[in-house]
Design a protein around this ligand. Structure first.
Ligand code: ITT
Length: 201
């Protein structure tokens, strides 16, 4: 039996995408809560890589096995990289409709290329022997003039993808997974994991 993968996330939107992307690995995907981890994880890092590794290691210390974590966010050049690693905590008490509106308001005066932004994702996997695998990727776009679409989650309605003429919330989940930061980072991770676990009993 192939060892299961424990995914260290509490974000349902991420999890829906992750399950679809990892389906062809033929491994059971369980959440950290299903694996018995009920603690809180303090994301004290200042980079996506640091925070992904903190999440994966914190859970692995309790559960062992294969633990994967995703740290991701929206990086807006005009706002000096905000909300960046603090994407989940930006205007924390507000719903995403408000966060998205506020970010668009803060873009006043930015035109064309000045609106460049990207979703960034770092995936860390801790293996049963405690060693780590890493992968990262980005999805480039521009901050939309107004939110559009009801697919996806979080900031998807405001990342406009010029080559599609749509936002990340308007394309299908399958299409998003094919081109997204998370989709591409997880594809890299799948290859690294398969190589690392070759010959697994
Ligand atoms: P976990 O740490 O439990 O995985 P989280 O939501 O706190 O969940 P992060 O710290 O990695 O996760 O923050 C990521 C935030 O970045 C997420 O809450 C969204 O606001 C945003 N984000 C990341 N990927 C996104 C995507 O594909 N579409 C829209 N927003 C995204």
């Amino acid at each position: 039996m192939k060892e299961r993968i424990i995914f260290a996330t509490g974000n349902e939107g991420k999890l829906r995408e992750i399950r679809l992307i990892l389906a062809d690995l033929g491994r059971k995907i369980v959440t950290m809560r299903q694996a018995g981890f009920d603690g809180e994880i303090e994301e004290t890092g200042t980079t996506f890589a640091e925070n992904a590794t903190i999440k994966a290691r914190t859970v692995w210390e309790k559960t062992g096995g294969i633990v994967m974590a995703d740290d991701s966010g929206l990086v807006i050049d005009y706002l000096n990289g905000e909300p960046g690693v603090y994407s989940a905590r930006y205007l924390e008490e507000e719903p995403y409709e408000v966060k998205n509106r506020v970010l668009i308001d803060r873009m006043k005066g930015a035109v064309g290329k000045e609106r460049s932004a990207r979703f960034v994702c770092h995936i860390t996997t801790v293996l049963p022997d405690g060693s780590e695998l890493h992968a990262d990727a980005a999805m480039e776009g521009r901050i939309a003039e107004k939110p559009a679409g009801d697919g996806g989650f979080g900031y998807d309605p405001i990342l406009y993808l010029p080559e599609y003429g749509m936002t990340s919330a308007e394309i299908s989940m399958e299409e998003k997974n094919r081109i997204s930061h998370r989709g591409k980072a997880l594809e890299q991770m799948k290859e690294k994991l398969s190589r690392a676990l070759e010959g697994e009993q």
